[in-house]
Design a protein around this ligand. Structure first.
Ligand SMILES: [Zn+2]
Length: 151
């Protein structure tokens, strides 16, 4: 048992050193929304992330964070958490890569993706993906009248 723990520790040390020398600060995991063109994020450094299967993930849910932001007045109380485009950054422990899962409305905007990757200290080659959980009202119901650039 002691041997195993020692091995795990030295593995952790090695991977930490490797990622530090490669890309500066340790990557974060987190969740985010794009509310009226403004990116809102809540993130955690990897060493405080929560294991979830093969991944490390943010310990707080979209619902909990949105709820607390509503109480703080950071976001409007009449906007439900699942309405604006949103997403999540997780860390895949098998591939040692960060993965960014988000609504199409976010993935198609390169500047917003760059803002997320910079903000969370992610490498440029982060894996991007959409996720059926992360579809805003517009994606689900296709209300073209609410496009920002229309007004
Ligand atoms: Zn969308």
């Amino acid at each position: 048992m002691l041997m195993l723990m020692f091995e795990l520790l030295s593995m952790a040390e090695r991977s930490t050193k490797a990622s530090q020398s490669k890309s500066g600060p340790e990557p974060h995991v987190g969740i985010f929304w794009l509310l009226d063109g403004t990116l809102l994020t809540d993130s955690t450094p990897l060493d405080q992330a929560e294991p979830y299967g093969d991944h490390l993930t943010h310990p707080r849910s979209h619902i909990d964070v949105w709820d607390s932001w509503q109480r703080l007045g950071k976001v409007p109380v009449d906007v439900p958490y699942e309405e604006p485009p949103r997403g999540r950054v997780v860390f895949n422990r098998k591939t040692s890569q960060s993965e960014l899962l988000a609504d199409k409305c976010i993935l198609e905007r390169k500047s917003v993706v760059a803002e997320i990757t910079n903000g969370l200290g992610l490498p440029k080659n982060v894996t991007l993906g959409s996720d059926s959980h992360y579809r805003c009202s517009k994606c689900l119901f296709g209300s073209d009248t609410e496009e920002e650039w229309d007004d």
